[in-house]
Design a protein around this ligand. Structure first.
Ligand code: SF4
Length: 352
């Protein structure tokens, strides 16, 4: 039996102080951490239960047009908030494509950002894994690695980041608000998860004891509402992590793309913003050839980390399809199979 302390602070300051101790971990929805503890992969000596901290469960539109989502908002509650889903349809679609209904009811916004990889060797304590035990090796390199990274990987780790939610957050320049011992700071979601390099055990740039308290979307993120989609290809239609996913947002004027946002999921240790592709799309006419050129640019640096060369071609196709769906228009309702490639490409403009 692994013994650990359990504390339930009443304020953010108390939580940060309690979690500053080495070996402490925050507990919110528990949908990842409790599995890690039961599997003997994580051994926190202190659980700091932040699930009842006041003031972190709101969804608010701020005076400057940005949106703040408290870190304790449940994934399902955010996806089904009508005003939020209308403003950020690709984010709602990404949330509803993740996990299962039960998990979405429990999982929190902050926890989603902090979830750990789903590499099967990471979850198998009989396997060598540099992320779990630094310096032990990486059994995925010569193992079952068809789901692993094609961008930004290192010899030390080829795992991918599992979140759907983080993909459109990265595309639309979301920022994480963080409280720590030295006060408050902000980190772009795009910069929250470092690439593995020689320190794959490091999943985020958070310092010990730092707590994500909210995610904020800037005013400019809402201009994509009429043409924003999330597309996810996986090995079964629900309750599976992405082989490859993509978030796409377009601003279209008179048949020309004024602005584009693109990010990929399932391809790297972090959500992968495709800035070069965005730049190629700005100012060009809406056409499949432009989408194909942009997708090739987005994957220009991709290389297989094992038996996963197919993911490079797949990612290009997913990007083209996501752009095609976004160009057709955001559907009035999230499709019955959110983010599914089987949903109709013909959208209906959300804001006529
Ligand atoms: Fe561990 Fe990363 Fe290798 Fe998976 S890919 S076994 S998480 S080091």
């Amino acid at each position: 039996m692994n013994r650990f302390d359990y504390v339930r602070p009443n304020t953010i300051a108390e939580a940060v102080a309690a979690a500053a101790e080495p070996g402490a971990a925050y507990l919110a929805g528990g949908t990842n951490l409790l599995d890690l503890m039961k599997g003997a992969i994580a051994h926190p000596t202190r659980l700091v239960d932040v699930s009842r901290l006041p003031g972190l469960d709101g969804i608010a539109r701020l005076a400057d047009g940005s949106w703040r989502i408290g870190a304790l908002v449940r994934n399902a509650d955010l996806a089904h908030d009508p005003a939020f889903a209308k403003t950020f349809p690709a984010i709602a679609e990404a949330l509803l494509s993740g996990a299962s209904g039960q998990l979405r009811n429990a999982a929190t916004v902050g926890g989603n950002l902090m979830q750990r990889t789903r590499c099967s060797y990471f979850y198998d304590t009989a396997s060598a894994c540099n992320k779990r035990v630094p310096g032990s090796g990486c059994d995925a390199r010569d193992g079952d690695n068809r789901l692993h990274a094609i961008l930004g990987w290192s010899d030390g780790c080829i795992a991918t980041h599992a979140s759907d939610f983080c993909v459109p957050l990265t595309a639309f320049d979301a920022v994480a608000e963080i409280e720590g011992k030295t006060g408050r700071r902000e980190v772009a979601v795009d910069a929250l998860h470092p690439l593995p390099g020689t320190t794959p055990e490091r999943d985020s740039v958070l310092a010990p004891g730092e707590l994500i308290t909210a995610v904020r979307l800037p005013p400019a993120a809402s201009v994509f509402a009429r043409h924003a989609r999330y597309l996810k290809v996986r090995e079964r239609t629900s309750y599976a992590f992405a082989l490859v996913s993509a978030a796409a947002g377009l601003v279209i004027e008179g048949g020309t793309i004024k602005e584009a946002r693109l990010a990929l999921g399932g391809v790297a240790a972090k959500p992968w913003r495709a800035r070069s592709a965005e730049e190629m799309l700005a100012g060009v006419r809406l056409e499949q050839a432009a989408f194909a050129r942009a997708a090739q640019a987005a994957l220009a640096d991709a290389k297989p980390s094992g038996d996963n060369a197919f993911k490079i071609a797949l990612a290009e196709r997913v990007l083209v399809r996501a752009l095609t769906l976004a160009a057709a228009g955001t559907p009035v309702r999230v499709p019955a199979l959110p983010a599914s490639p089987f949903s109709s490409p013909a959208g209906v403009a959300l804001h006529a």
